[in-house]
Design a protein around this ligand. Structure first.
Ligand code: ATP
Length: 952
């Protein structure tokens, strides 16, 4: 037979399609029959048996070209279908009896004629064309070649086969309820496959011997369920969602490495890309749904590239350096916008092999540094020989190392080694380190020779401060909803998932154009054969992501009243509360925003600090007062919630902020700055807490026990400062003071000691107490009642009196310590003597009217170690300097004279003891140290000589 010419072929195809349309049902039934039963060999006219062994879908397995085509399952199945003149019946081959008719099989009289093409096939190759097969493949459509054992080839229309198999599936589903299945298998093939998989998994978990098998099964199933985000990951620039300007900038930066990496100066391939774009216009990009927006963008993009760069005669962009000035590229932006994807696509386009490092996984500086160095310096010698391009994802997750240097420092050191910046940075950081390393040049000191792209979400993360200054930063903006929807639509169409553009718009809006969330949601719904309910998007668990916005965004939304814009609140909130007005939608949107942000302390402090920049009408300051009260309430609630772990109270916080917004928000954009007041307040607060604590530690317990810490501040400090500066004290030396003044000075000294205060020279010398410099009150309790822009008015002593007072307080403290020490020594001696005296007293005849306690006291007082000579001498010496009238000392009476006489009369042993005691007392006196304090620079107009002899 001659080969048909083109026209003939087309005609045949047309005929074929028409025929298929008319006889779709017959096809399905025929297919069903071909799967379901064995044709009687004796039957001559059975034109529609399958040809070749075709595996179209797992459950579609049939034989053709053989007259005994049965599978093992069919042979195992004793219940077979037999075609008769009035249809198809089930036949029990064991008992050789007919069980009943197959309701789905056509009667022989209803069998349709074959298509013209099939007739050709039939006559020429003797193939039973039960399937929609052709002798020749048609020009359009997807055909599968099938070769029979005899070597004949036919083409099966895959679309038709799938249609038929779908119909068969439904028929099987309906028939499964009957007692016996209508197919060869009692269960559908997928069910059996699942059972086998489960069995295999169970066996693996119990024995572990079938590891290979299970791995294979897992791989198969995971391949079957490839994620759409991976399947449809952009491979070229035309599929990216990021804006063209950013794409071009990234590409241009990468091209600047060409000379360094490839050793040649190449022209920028962004031109190539754009040429490619022109040649093959992207399926979705720049068109949008309306087809207008993208066009404009693209035009603007062309303008930009020409205006921003110098273009040579070849249309390429000249690159002056062998590598870009900014050695690192930093891509920032919200998650799921395609930052990593852009880095991969651009690097591959420029001929690099991408080496991706996740800084969150290798947070430690040393590990990250080693990885970066490996990626930058190593070169593969086998396989992929392309140079590396390092992509460091989640760079904001990098941590500091044990040596105090962060991973970012290490990265910058690698990137800017040998440059001016590097030297500067090194000088700043550690000059000693530079000296050390300059002698011994490490490998990391050689200049960076491969591009490094860093990716992060928040460009303002504190860890990135240095990197931000030195890298080329590109901030990703959210793509337009239309572009995302077009891409989603394309993917859904490719997957055969029917979904309306409106639903996709809602989804894109809800996820803030996060393509990852959108695709995962759609795949999930597709898998469950569910459609996306536009009204329930907000309540969908899937598709949600971390929707938190930056603090600046939140403050902006609160303090600025935006004009209602169509579609602004078309997202989740709008659909959840479909019918409410624009204002309510805005409120709901703001409520969600605040609740998602969560950090109410930061929100409130930002509002507090920036409120001053908002120009709202408030002549009587009522609104301001109201706002401040609301902020106060919010803070109280926040503190309460934190203290009692009762976070349910936080649900009321957004309402407070929204009330403030209603009071002050204006259409103009206010100047916004990061709040510093709260931080300053916290620092001040902790400093004041320290002062208070140190004051309380120095205070005498007898004084301290009368006050609570808060009372000290609120009730005591202010009056105490007035008490500490009496009016009548003249600024003269203590010797020149009148008796009354001296008493007042003594009282003041006592008060200061009681409250643990004294005047001390400031440590740095710069601090001044008031206008005059000199000693300052220590602890500086005045700071506890000093506030910004508010000074408490108190009387201050002149510097001279403060010096005198300081001296007096020091002396008095020494005096009291001395007395205390003497009394302690006396007490210890007394306790020692007590034992001796008791022993002696046992030998003494004590009169019955004398109490034992009196005896004891007398023994202690009469002991030579505690006589006036030893104790009072030192007191006398120290008090000599103090111009205070001493209270008259009582005459000492020796009540033990009688006992002593008696005891001395007893025997000569008493003299020996007395000598020993005197010696002991003298030794104690000599062992006592002398304390004195020397104040450098202290001058007093009138001096008085004090002999050391007097002090001993
Ligand atoms: N245009 C696109 N079409 C289809 N899938 C895309 C597209 N752009 C990105 N994706 C897919 O979305 C996922 C997220 O992309 P990518 O990792 O680049 O985002 P990202 O901005 O780096 O997010 P993250 O900050 O969370 O790392 C990837 O799996 C990617 O394959």
């Amino acid at each position: 037979m001659d080969a048909p010419d083109f026209d003939e072929l087309q005609w045949m195809v047309q005929q074929e399609e028409e025929w298929i349309e008319h006889h779709e049902d017959e096809f399905s039934r025929d297919m069903h029959d071909s799967l379901g039963f064995e044709a009687e060999p004796s039957e001559p006219e059975f034109p529609h048996s399958a040809a070749g062994v075709v595996k179209v879908l797992p459950e579609l397995q049939y034989n053709a070209g053989e007259k005994r085509p049965l599978s093992t399952e069919q042979e195992l199945d004793p219940c077979k279908k037999v075609r008769t003149s009035d249809g198809v019946s089930f036949h029990d081959s064991v008992n050789n009896e007919t069980l009943g008719k197959d309701p789905f099989s056509p009667k022989e009289s209803e069998w349709s004629p074959t298509s013209p093409l099939e007739e050709i096939s039939e006559t020429s190759v003797n193939v039973d064309s039960k399937l929609p097969v052709r002798r020749l493949a048609a020009i359009k459509g997807n055909f599968m070649p099938i070769t029979s054992p005899s070597g004949d080839r036919v083409y099966a229309d895959v679309k038709e086969i799938e249609k038929t198999s779908d119909r068969l599936q439904s028929i099987h589903g309906a028939g499964r309820n009957s007692k016996r299945g209508t197919g060869l298998l009692c269960e559908p093939f997928e069910v059996l496959l699942e059972q086998v998989e489960q069995n295999l998994l169970m066996q693996t978990s119990t024995s572990g011997d079938c590891q290979d098998v299970s791995e294979n099964t897992m791989t198969e199933s995971s391949a079957h369920e490839a994620l759409w985000v991976e399947k449809y990951a952009p491979k070229s620039f035309t599929e990216l969602l990021s804006d063209e300007q950013t794409n071009r900038e990234v590409l241009r930066w990468l091209k600047q490495w060409d000379k360094c990496v490839f050793g040649e100066k190449r022209t920028c391939t962004s031109v190539d890309v754009l040429t490619a774009l022109k040649r093959h216009p992207p399926m979705f990009q720049n068109r949008g749904i309306g087809g207008r927006e993208g066009h404009n963008n693209s035009k603007a993009g062309w303008m930009d590239i020409k205006s921003n760069s110098s273009v040579d005669s070849n249309g390429g962009i000249r690159i002056s350096e062998d590598r870009p000035e900014e050695r690192i590229l930093l891509l920032c932006g919200p998650p799921g916008l395609g930052k990593t994807t852009l880095a991969h696509v651009a690097a591959k386009h420029c001929g690099y092999r991408v080496v991706e490092i996740n800084a969150s996984d290798d947070r430690v500086a040393t590990t990250l540094k080693a990885k970066i160095l490996d990626a930058v310096q190593m070169k593969s010698v086998m396989g992929d020989l392309r140079p590396n391009c390092v992509v460091i994802d989640e760079i904001d997750g990098a941590l500091g190392g044990s040596d105090g240097k962060s991973a970012i420092d290490a990265l910058l050191k690698i990137a800017y080694a040998g440059t001016k910046e590097h030297a500067l940075q090194e000088n700043e950081n550690d000059s000693a380190f530079v000296k050390k390393t300059s002698k011994k040049k490490t490998s990391s000191d050689s200049a960076l020779s491969r591009p490094v792209i860093c990716i992060c979400n928040d460009p303002y993360a504190p860890a990135l401060r240095q990197l931000r200054q030195m890298a080329k930063v590109h901030v990703f903006t959210q793509p337009s909803v239309n572009r995302v929807v077009t891409r989603l639509k394309y993917i859904c169409n490719s997957e055969g998932y029917k979904i309306s553009a409106r639903a996709l718009t809602v989804l894109a809006d809800h996820t803030e154009c996060d393509i990852r969330s959108c695709l995962n949601t759609l795949q999930f719904l597709n898998k469950r054969k569910e459609s996306l309910n536009t009204l329930d998007v907000a309540s969908q668990v899937v598709g949600r992501k971390d929707m938190t916005r930056s603090a600046f965004d939140v403050w902006g939304e609160i303090l600025q009243k935006r004009k209602p814009k169509q579609g602004r609140f078309s997202g989740s909130s709008a659909y959840t509360f479909g019918n409410c007005g624009q204002q309510s939608k805005e409120l709901i949107h703001l409520h969600d925003l605040l609740a998602n942000h969560g950090d109410f302390e930061l929100t409130n402090s930002g509002i507090y600090d920036n409120l001053i920049h908002v120009r709202y009408q408030d002549s009587s300051l009522q609104k301001t007062v109201q706002c401040l009260e609301l902020l106060g309430d919010s803070e109280i609630m926040d503190h309460y919630a934190l203290r009692h772990q009762n976070f349910i109270l936080n649900v009321y916080q957004p309402a407070i902020v929204l009330t403030i917004r209603n009071l002050v928000a204006q259409p103009e954009k206010p100047f916004m700055e990061w709040p510093k007041t709260l931080q300053r307040f916290k620092v001040d607060y902790s400093a004041k807490q320290d002062i208070l604590k140190s004051w309380m530690m120095k205070m005498q317990p007898a004084t301290y026990r009368n006050f609570r810490a808060d009372c000290l501040i609120s009730d005591l400090i202010s009056p105490l400062l007035s008490i500490l500066a009496p009016q009548r004290l003249r600024p003269v030396a203590s010797q020149l003071l009148s008796q009354h003044e001296k008493e007042e000075l003594n009282d003041l000294v006592d008060t200061m000691i009681a409250y643990g205060l004294n005047y001390k020279m400031p440590k740095n010398g710069a601090e001044s107490f008031s206008e005059a410099s000199g000693p300052v009150l220590e602890p500086p309790i005045i700071k506890l009642i000093q506030f910004k822009d508010y000074q408490m008015e108190h009387r201050y002593f002149s510097s001279t009196i403060r010096q005198v007072l300081s001296h007096e307080v020091d002396l008095e403290i020494i005096r009291r310590e001395s007395v205390a020490r003497s009394s302690r020594a006396a007490a210890s001696t007394a306790s020692e003597l007590k034992r001796h005296s008791v022993a002696e007293m046992q030998e003494v005849d004590v009169p019955p009217h004398v109490k034992p306690e009196d005896v004891m006291e007398a023994a202690v007082t009469s002991a030579p170690g505690v006589t006036d000579a030893s104790t009072h001498k030192s007191i006398k010496a120290t008090t000599a300097a103090r111009p205070i009238t001493k209270p008259a000392s009582k005459p000492t009476v020796d009540p033990f004279a009688h006992f002593r006489r008696v005891s001395s009369c007893n025997n000569g042993k008493g003299n020996v003891d007395k000598d020993a005691r005197t010696k002991n007392a003298l030794a104690q006196r000599d062992a006592r140290p002398i304390f004195f304090k020397f104040n450098e620079g202290f001058t007093n107009a009138i001096r008085r000589p004090v002999l050391v002899r007097d002090l001993i």
